[in-house]
Design a protein around this ligand. Structure first.
Ligand code: ZN
Length: 838
């Protein structure tokens, strides 16, 4: 599953999550065995093995119910058994019978809590026996109510979207979401990850709709009542939570990987952009198959987009479901396909999750950490190491942003709710751990290890131990220390790095201090020592010590030192290089993170020196757009002032930069210069089809001339998303009457937090035009309040607001240099500077 983490990050940024954290009760460690602790989550006991599941359903759109029939073929797992318990949530059960060659033999059953169907069989069955049980039922996903369970209301399993067709803006659709244990809302089944079954599913639907399910479409029959029955078949076994049904009016855009069908099910208006969104799928299938040495395991691959989906995306076997966030129009795609990593993530699950499945939710890492890491692998393969490192840091920050994450084990048997396992630990931390493991073992051993893991466990379940055993089998290395620390332990090192040059002895001491309180870590580390632009690498082990000193002899004094040059470590580091070494790192660093870490370290105390400016120009012309963008971001945030030389590079970027969000940022930097000479550049960029570029151009124009921005905005209103939409919101504030400040202010104060967040930048532009000092302070102050809540740079909003504040200050400073006695400007300037510390 791909979870959308935006809300989580934002909550962390605003401190809301921090408060929520504190309301938890304090727990003391009980002196009773782990297994007996009340929140211990054991793996599901296997009493029966599912073998084959045949399902036949119709849909009652009016009542949002689903009448169904299921034939379950099973056998006792090991011990003989006379009873069978199926998960069946909130259904009407009409009939339970044993399928015999002579016909149906009704069976006694009990359904006391509408959660589990208890069936008494006709005799005791041995593990060598096979039987087929038939259940006729009606699923009622919208009526299901279970006492005391909050989660079940979010886990309806079967979703009717706009079933009565009353919402003209939304298509009529049906989709299902099984993970974690919600398939049993629409099909009586043993709804546990450690079951695997082949499947045959027939759906009877209005003939105008298409259907999608697992496996291949093997039969279509037109019925006389205007419906059609589609039968889908999965010949290979998979887990019940991966069952899928999708129904609706879709265009099926066809693609191919080798001789396999690769289909994209999108609403007809998105048919023209389907390949822009999903079109890398065949290349990803080829790449992952080759990398793993295991061909894509299933008979087809389809991706479908569902409205009102409850998560980001879900890897149902052969039939991935994406939320509507996948939809992007052609203009959005020009700024880059924001859904590409989700496509990679869900595809990788077809191996890790679907072919080999986590044996329990406690071991979710063998699904989600691998899927998370596939995003890195795809980035590295398709866009190169710099892009992968950029992504890697973002993911690591995602894990670090949630304070609760550091105390959770990657594999954990204690959790309140299985949904809690889908967090920054199972995903982002796990992905980074795999990256460290890959580095430790080397590429060929690591990927061969994944191959052995998949081959040994295909169509079965696995725990983290199976991954360890596969890696040990291939590499011959003991990995208990690694897994104990990273998989069955929590936290990460928080290191302080210090450097001492002992000139008398030609000796460099690199001191690695572990500052975290709870436990110490043991890990290998590489160090590159640079002398005159040349690096020499050596490798060390950091012990479980509060402080380790690594001694490196030199003949010529090094210019800078690069600890963890591959930037692999999952840690927080306080790197105490001096400025001269940082500058050398910025100039000589080999990868994106070398350069950008140095830039970010020096930016707050940037010196007006040729060396600094040369390094900046080098970054502005770097091979990777992310580096160029990072340099522009420091300029946009006003940490660095552009020199004429760097400014001429930025002017060029504003016209020709190939990565369009980066080009937009070049415009942002130009607009900070308060220079009317750039008006032509802004007006030209306003015509660009990229929302980022057009949006940045409109905001830039608003800084130069509010009336021109208002006049130009009209043509943009028809079609605006993302940055352009944000710029139009600014223009809305430019249009507001400055005589009505108290109303504008009152409206702003009434807004919900997210609404306020989006309006806050516009509010600054409104404040900028107020000539009443008291109103100016109120308006600017209320926006600055929002700005200050964004402690983390969240989706560029904080940077955008910071840039606007810098611009407001610059405008006033410029005006005051011509008219030093303007008391209004003086007071406004003082207020802005006092409030923001800029
Ligand atoms: Zn996932």
């Amino acid at each position: 599953m791909f979870r959308l983490v935006i809300c989580g990050l934002l909550l962390a940024a605003t401190g809301i999550a921090g408060r929520a954290q504190q309301t938890g009760t304090t727990k003391t460690t009980p002196a009773i065995p782990l297994a007996a602790q009340p929140d211990y989550q054991p793996s599901a006991e296997k009493t029966w093995d599912l073998l084959h599941t045949k399902i036949d359903v119709r849909f009652d759109y009016a009542q949002r119910r689903m009448p169904g029939k299921v034939w379950l073929t099973l056998k006792p797992h090991f011990y003989p058994s006379k009873t069978l318990t199926l998960d069946a949530k909130g259904m009407f059960i009409h009939k339970v019978a044993l399928v015999k060659p002579t016909g149906m033999q009704p069976l006694q059953f009990n359904y006391p809590d509408s959660m589990q169907l208890q069936i008494l069989l006709d005799k005791t069955y041995q593990p060598t026996d096979k039987l087929t049980v038939y259940v006729e039922y009606t699923a009622r996903p919208d009526e299901i109510k279970v006492k005391g369970s909050q989660a079940i209301t979010d886990a309806k399993g079967l979703y009717f979207i706009n079933a009565d067709g009353k919402d003209s803006t939304k298509p009529i659709q049906i989709w299902t979401q099984g993970e974690t244990e919600a398939t049993s809302v629409w099909c009586p089944i043993i709804d546990k990850t450690n079951q695997k079954t082949t499947q045959e599913l027939s759906m009877t639907v209005p003939a105008k709709y298409v259907t999608l399910s697992n496996g291949l479409l093997v039969k279509q029959v037109k019925n006389t009542d205007g419906t059609r029955t589609d039968t889908w078949k999965m010949d290979l076994p998979h887990s019940p939570y991966l069952f899928f049904m999708g129904v609706g009016e879709y265009s099926i855009v066809k693609d191919k990987y080798k001789n396999l069908a690769v289909d994209y099910y999108v609403e007809p208006k998105y048919a023209s952009v389907a390949k822009g969104i999903f079109g890398e799928t065949p290349a990803m299938m080829a790449f992952f198959s080759k990398l793993l040495g295991v061909e894509y395991p299933w008979a087809k691959y389809a991706q479908i987009v569902g409205q009102d989906y409850v998560s980001g995306a879900m890897e149902n076997t052969t039939s991935t479901l994406h939320g509507a966030g996948a939809y992007q129009n052609a203009r959005q795609l020009k700024d880059g396909n924001s859904w590409e990593i989700v496509v990679a993530h869900e595809l990788f699950h077809q191996w890790f999750g679907d072919l080999v499945t986590a044996e329990s939710w406690s071991n979710l890492t063998v699904n989600e950490s691998l899927a998370d890491y596939s995003e890195y692998l795809w980035m590295e393969y398709k866009y190169g190491k710099d892009r992968a490192l950029d992504y890697n840091r973002e993911a690591m920050e995602g894990y670090l942003a949630q304070p609760g994450n550091a105390s959770k084990h990657l594999v954990r048997f204690q959790y309140a709710d299985k949904e809690d396992m889908f967090d920054g630990v199972s995903y982002q931390k796990g992905g980074r751990i795999l990256n460290m493991l890959r580095q430790y073992l080397g590429d060929s051993a690591f990927f061969k290890g994944l191959n052995v893991y998949l081959t040994n466990n295909k169509f079965k379940n696995a725990e983290a131990h199976q991954l360890r055993l596969a890696m040990e089998e291939v590499s011959g290395k003991d990995l208990n220390w690694f897994f104990d620390q990273w998989y069955f332990g929590s936290g990460h090192p928080k290191v302080s790095l210090h450097y001492q040059f002992v000139d008398s002895a030609n000796m460099l001491n690199v001191i690695v201090e572990q500052k975290q309180k709870d436990k110490l870590f043991y890990f290998p580390i590489d160090i590159d020592v640079y002398t005159n632009g040349k690096a020499e690498r050596s490798s060390y082990w950091i012990g479980k010590h509060v402080s380790d000193t690594i001694r490196i002899a030199y003949s010529t004094k090094p210019t800078w030192v690069n600890v963890d040059p591959q930037k692999l470590m999952l840690w927080e580091k306080d790197n105490n290089l001096d400025d001269a070494m940082w500058l050398a790192q910025m100039q000589e660093g080999k990868n994106y993170l070398d350069k950008v870490e140095a830039l970010e370290s020096l930016a707050p105390r940037w010196k007006k020196e040729a060396g600094y400016d040369n390094a900046l120009q080098q970054l502005l012309t770097d091979r990777y757009y992310g580096t160029r963008k990072a340099a522009l971001k420091q300029l946009k945030r006003g940490n660095i002032k552009a020199t004429p030389a760097s400014l001429s590079l930025i002017e060029k970027m504003a016209a020709t930069e190939t990565d369009l969000p980066t080009r937009a940022m070049a415009l942002d930097v130009l607009s900070l210069q308060c220079n009317a000479a750039y008006e032509t550049a802004f007006t030209k960029a306003l015509q660009d089809s990229s929302y980022s570029v057009a949006g940045a151009a409109l905001e830039s124009l608003a800084r130069l001339d509010a009336n021109k921005a208002i006049a130009s905005a009209k043509a943009q209103e028809q079609d605006a998303k993302g940055r352009l939409k944000a710029a139009l919101q600014i223009v809305d504030y430019l249009k507001k009457d400055t005589a009505q400040a108290s109303t504008v202010l009152a409206d702003f104060k009434k807004m919900a937090f997210f609404e306020k967040l989006q309006a806050a930048n516009g509010m600054l532009y409104y404040a900028n035009r107020l000539t009443d000092v008291s109103n100016f302070k109120k308006a600017a102050g209320s926006a600055i309040e929002v700005y200050k809540m964004l402690r983390m740079d969240f989706q560029g909003w904080q940077t955008n607001m910071l840039s606007t504040l810098r611009w407001m200050i610059a405008v006033r400073q410029q005006a005051l240099s011509n008219n030093p006695n303007n008391t209004l400007l003086q007071e406004q300037l003082k207020y802005l500077q006092d409030k923001t510390g800029l």
